[in-house]
Design a protein around this ligand. Structure first.
Ligand code: CP
Length: 327
């Protein structure tokens, strides 16, 4: 399945992506994704690692620099925990108190942080393409960049941890039906997951949502599009619920939160249309009572906290593979 997103207007997206970075999913091959998942599985079984792991390639213990221009609970914390488990040195730029607010550019910020010895950047930014811009600015260095979410574009480590969750709880991708419900238009998670599922051979990827929250060209993404929640959920193996991204929405896209919940909220009644043991996923943070009911989020089919747990293993695998150049 080939999925093309209309991102060509942004020059950085078309530049070559050296394998030392993880900027998006669509440039990965199936074997790359499978390698990340297999490595995550190794780390899930192995809580203690040899601190000499990086000695042959780095004079000092490698340093992770986290730069988050947007808020985060799960991603930032799990990168921190993953880095500590790998034995890395870590530093976090406090963007709110940084010289970004005196007008320093992203490129100058990055060059200054790299001068302090960063080996790996993890960055979240509200602009689509920001991680690509960072990788471009660091092209003459060996520094690795991981995109921790850029605007509406990509959230590759979320997609990898979602794939790991599906692999652990639902098995082989080639026999699965997966429904992605909600605000696809503003969701970097949806875009990255659709690419990942396609690359892994998932034969039935569905998106369900009001037309105002679906990209105009969604029908070209290799997905089946449903307006009606119950029809879209029929016999699926996995239900991925998306957060309504109110901070990215222009007004007038929805009549009200209550109307959205009535039509697209994943309730127990709606979930009953999926297969009996269908997995329920959500990347977080959740708007309970809007896109998902608590009875579903906290119910027996929910893997939401498992996703968070697996995020640590997946981020260990990503950082380890990029630092060692094993992908
Ligand atoms: N899923 C996710 O990216 O969560 P955070 O915004 O809390 O990092």
């Amino acid at each position: 399945m080939r999925i093309m997103l209309n991102l060509a207007h942004h020059g950085y997206f078309n530049l070559p992506q050296p394998k030392r970075h993880l900027l998006s999913i669509e440039h990965l091959k199936r074997k790359d994704i499978e390698y990340f998942l297999q490595q995550a599985h190794v780390f899930a079984q192995k809580p203690v690692l040899d601190v000499r792991r990086y000695q042959s390639q780095f004079a000092e213990v490698p340093m992770l620099m986290q730069v988050f221009f947007e808020n985060s609970t799960r991603t930032r914390t799990s990168f921190d925990i993953a880095a500590h488990r790998l034995g890395l040195r870590t530093h976090h730029l406090s963007v709110q108190t940084s010289s970004v607010h005196k007008g320093e550019s992203l490129t100058d910020t990055i060059h200054n942080l790299s001068a302090m010895g960063a080996d790996l950047f993890v960055m979240r930014h509200n602009h689509s393409g920001a991680a690509h811009a960072m990788a471009y600015a660091l092209a003459d260095t060996p520094i690795r960049v991981v995109n921790a979410g850029d605007g509406q574009h990509a959230h590759p480590t979320q997609a990898l941890l979602d794939m790991y969750t599906i692999w652990q709880h639902a098995g082989d991708f080639t026999g699965l039906s997966v429904a992605i419900v909600g605000d696809v238009l503003h969701s970097r998670v949806a875009r990255s997951n659709i690419f990942a599922l396609g690359i892994l051979g998932c034969p039935d990827i569905r998106v369900i949502g009001p037309r105002t929250l679906l990209p105009r060209d969604v029908h070209t993404w290799g997905v089946r599009v449903f307006d009606h929640l119950h029809e879209g959920l029929l016999d699926v193996d996995v239900v991925m619920t998306l957060r309504l991204q109110k901070e990215r929405m222009s007004s007038g896209l929805l009549p009200s939160m209550q109307a959205y919940h009535r039509a697209y909220g994943v309730t127990l009644d709606a979930l009953a249309h999926a297969k009996p043991h269908a997995l329920v996923m959500h990347p977080g943070p959740m708007n309970r009572g809007v896109e998902i009911d608590s009875a579903v989020a906290d119910g027996a089919q929910s893997c939401i906290l498992k996703q968070v747990e697996y995020g640590v293993y997946v981020r260990m695998a990503v950082m380890d593979c990029l630092l060692l150049g094993s992908i």
